[in-house]
Write a protein that binds this ligand. Structure first.
Ligand code: SAM
Length: 350
């Protein structure tokens, strides 16, 4: 028989008062069941999950009314959605607070370091800069609709559709990223690897098959669902390049394939900063993606392309490797490139 929980047991479990449970019931957020004999309230496991969700939304300062609306809409359909939503809100909040902390640190440093007559101006500059960063981080949108592509993605990479045939060397690119990233690194669970834009898990699979400890992040729930169906052992988290959902210096290796070109130059500058933040000091980044050596090379190549091909390129943001060199240099990291074909490179950063 499945265990039910009394109001006291439930309140104790969540460290709240029984009054709070009655209050949520009065507001229509939960509906407890009643014992046939004594009419006491009792709660099932489903109730507990629902209460956990309500409490998390309350921690995040959602009003009772808002919580009711969110939960009435689709709570029953997919409880996992609620955990994802909570995770996303928490991660956004952590990034907002991190940015605020950095900003305050910068302002305090300025107060010590600048001359009396200029520090107010410099403080205003810092505030403006932080607001700009906040805007860029919050404005990134998936305008390609990866959720829609998830179910057919693996077929696409095999068929190599599109006017540019960008997937023609897909396997070679993934294999090169894998080999370069683990070169001189012994297998084992103490090496932590992050795959950004994990998609359907094809790159991560190589690490899993070889006994490495890898975790994938992606901004698309549906892509991650496909990855989880294919590789139940693969850990995945909702997350973006601009808001990596992990703490500082956690990873030995960061890898990514076919994902960075969904960020423009300003976003890439912040993505580099984010990758460096979560990477250990002596860590390594290996990225396989669509890139040009530099602007001159891009112009030369585009001259030989059809209008359809140019349109396909301009719909995304193929990286300029020279600009990436500058960005990584800011953190004393050196970039090495390996050309796979006219548009695809694998870059290693150490
Ligand atoms: C073309 S797929 C590549 C998937 C996989 N890495 C591979 O090589 O097959 C691009 C993936 O990157 C993800 N992506 C795009 N922009 C992203 C961003 N800013 N942050 C995190 N993931 C992103 C997409 O959701 C999608 O799953």
């Amino acid at each position: 028989m499945t265990k039910n929980f009394s109001i006291n047991e439930t309140a104790k479990l969540f460290d709240i008062t029984t009054n709070k449970l009655r209050f949520y019931e009065k507001k229509g957020l939960i509906k407890s069941l009643r014992d046939n004999k004594n009419n006491y309230r009792y709660y099932t496991k489903e109730h507990l999950v629902r209460i956990q969700t309500i409490l998390m939304y309350r921690v995040l300062n959602f009003s009772i009314e808002d919580i009711k609306n969110i939960m009435d809409k689709n709570y029953k359909d997919n409880i996992l959605d609620h955990f994802y939503k909570q995770w996303e809100i928490l991660n956004d909040e952590m990034h907002r607070i991190r940015l605020l902390k950095d900003s305050i640190e910068e302002i305090m440093d300025k107060m010590y370091e600048s001359k009396e007559e200029t520090y107010l101006d410099e403080m205003i500059e810092s505030v403006k800069k932080i607001n700009e960063v906040k805007k860029i981080k919050n404005n990134w949108k998936d305008r390609w609709n990866f959720d829609n592509w998830a179910k057919t993605y693996d077929i696409t990479v095999k068929k190599d559709i599109g006017s540019l045939k960008i997937f023609k060397n897909y396997n070679e690119i993934l294999q090169t990223v894998y080999e370069k990233s683990v070169k001189n690194i012994s297998k084992g669970h103490n090496i932590k690897i992050l795959d950004i834009g994990v998609g359907t898990g094809n790159l991560s699979k190589k690490y899993l098959n070889n006994g490495y400890n890898i975790i994938g992040i992606d901004q698309s729930r549906q892509m991650m669902n496909v990855a989880k169906q294919k590789f139940p052992n693969l850990k995945v988290r909702l997350g973006e390049f601009l808001k990596i959902p992990f703490g500082n210096s956690e990873f030995d290796i960061i890898v990514s394939t076919y994902a960075l070109h969904h960020l423009n130059d300003d976003e890439k500058e912040l993505a580099v900063k984010e990758m460096i933040r979560v990477l250990k000091d002596n860590g390594k980044i290996v990225i396989g993606d669509l890139m040009f050596e530099n602007n001159n090379e891009k112009r030369k190549l585009l001259n030989g392309f059809t209008n359809d091909q140019i349109e396909e390129i301009e719909d995304e943001y193929y990286s300029d490797i020279e600009k990436l060199v500058i960005e990584f240099n800011k953190y004393n990291k050196k970039l090495e490139r390996c050309k796979i074909d006219e548009l695809n490179f694998v870059i290693s950063i150490e």
